[in-house]
Design a protein around this ligand. Structure first.
Ligand code: DOR
Ligand code: ZN
Ligand code: ZN
Length: 394
């Protein structure tokens, strides 16, 4: 087949370290199949499916189901993330070794949505993940500092009477976990960095010598582009954890992604059924769709202002996440002499986001009506076309 790609840019297939696919448990919001279609259309060839499903992915049965279902659909490599504790609020470690040895080959563990806040448990989790050659992805939030987390704690939330999540709730956990990663020699991955202070801590940690351990970090497209000024809309579509922060935070995050302090972009794609997003702000679930808009938002916040070139986009959306997750040859975006995982992008093509037209079952995009640059023309997984001109090919 001949694909016409005049003026297109070829990039390695994108790798998303942080995707909520909702199966099993909330198939009214997303399934592995619908999420895989969204991923292929967004230019992804690997996604890491978060563990906060129902039942929680804290055992081999659930992770093997997710792995097998992803293979059956065949549009994107779906790598299940294993919960680090039994249940999301667990006080003991999950059967991480069994999940690692299962056919799902789990290498990324997480307690997304509810960080491991007990320091001793976190220390043991880092030691064990390290022994398994894996990485521990932490949703950094000290629940003891977040009062009914509804929004970024600042003037905009105060004006609207919303309580929230102050920056130190994130930053204190990130600082602690960096020190524990160094002490244990483990690998920490900081999920969805959202504040300027977190970027400062990461910059400090990464500039040190002989730290021991490894620390990496991701930022979401929505934290690069959106701010807590959107609270004025009272629209629950803008509710997310961590919350949208200030303009100064967003600018610091763009800078941190440009200078390598933050390693990669991850979507935190979080579909929610309409009834979970239609209500009062306080009752709405946090989370936003991200797979099909990630490239456009990165292009508009990073490429257009000259903070990253397309080579840099390949680094933050493909190469770095593949390295962090230890994908090796099997998932490497482009390995010489092997069938290609790649995406062709038209950098000039601007398109308008319509939630109803996205492939996810849910439609909760905060980018509704926005015009974004950079369109995915074709996605290829191991040499096979998985999406072309807006249509997935199963
Ligand atoms: O906004 C969020 N949504 N943040 C999380 O940490 C979890 C996620 C979800 O599962 O909906
Ligand atoms: Zn999270
Ligand atoms: Zn998440």
């Amino acid at each position: 087949e001949i694909v016409h790609a005049d003026g297109a840019i070829a990039l390695p297939g994108f790798v998303d370290l942080h995707t909520h696919l909702r199966e099993p448990g909330r198939e009214d919001a997303e399934t592995i199949e619908s999420g895989s279609v969204a991923a292929a259309l967004g230019g992804f060839t690997s996604v890491f499916a978060m563990a906060n499903t129902d039942p929680v992915a804290d055992n081999a049965v659930v992770v093997e189901h997710v792995w097998r279902r992803g293979r059956e659909v065949g549009l994107v490599d779906v790598h299940p993330v294993g919960a680090v504790t039994v249940g999301l609020k667990g006080e003991k470690l999950a059967e991480m070794g069994t999940m690692a040895k299962s056919s799902a080959g789990v290498r990324v563990f997480s307690d997304d949505g509810l960080c491991v806040h007990d320091p001793l448990l976190m220390r043991r989790a880092l030691e064990y993940t390290g022994a398994l050659g894996g990485v521990l992805a932490q949703h950094a939030e000290d629940p003891r500092l977040t009062v009914d987390a509804q929004a970024h704690e600042g003037p905009n939330a105060a004006r609207l009477g919303l309580t929230g999540w102050p920056a130190p709730a994130e930053e204190s956990i990130v600082a602690r976990d960096c020190l524990l990663a160094g002490h244990t020699g483990g690998s920490l991955h900081v999920c969805h960095v959202s504040t300027r202070g977190t970027a400062d801590i990461l910059r400090w940690w990464k500039s040190g010598e002989d730290r021991g351990g490894t620390v990496s970090a991701e930022v979401t497209p929505h934290h690069l582009l959106l701010t807590d000024e959107l609270l004025e809309t009272y629209d629950p579509v803008n509710k997310v954890n961590p919350p949208l922060r200030t303009d100064a935070d967003a600018q610091a995050l763009r800078q941190a992604l440009a200078d390598g302090t933050v390693d990669c972009v991850a979507t935190d794609h979080a579909p929610h059924a309409a009834q979970d997003k239609c209500c009062e702000w306080s009752a709405a679930r946090p989370g936003m769709l991200g797979l099909q808009t990630a490239l456009g938002v990165v292009a508009s916040t990073m490429v257009v202002p000259g903070l990253l070139d397309w080579r840099g986009v390949a680094r933050v959306m493909s190469e770095n996440p593949a390295r962090i997750a230890n994908l090796g040859d099997q998932g490497r975006p482009i390995a010489e002499g092997e069938p290609a995982n790649l995406v062709l992008v038209d950098p000039e093509h601007r398109w308008t986001v319509r939630g109803e037209e996205l492939a996810s079952i849910a439609a909760n995009t905060p980018f509704e009506g926005m015009e974004l640059p950079g369109r995915v023309l074709t996605t290829m997984l191991r040499g096979r076309i998985t999406a072309h001109e807006g249509k997935a090919r199963q």
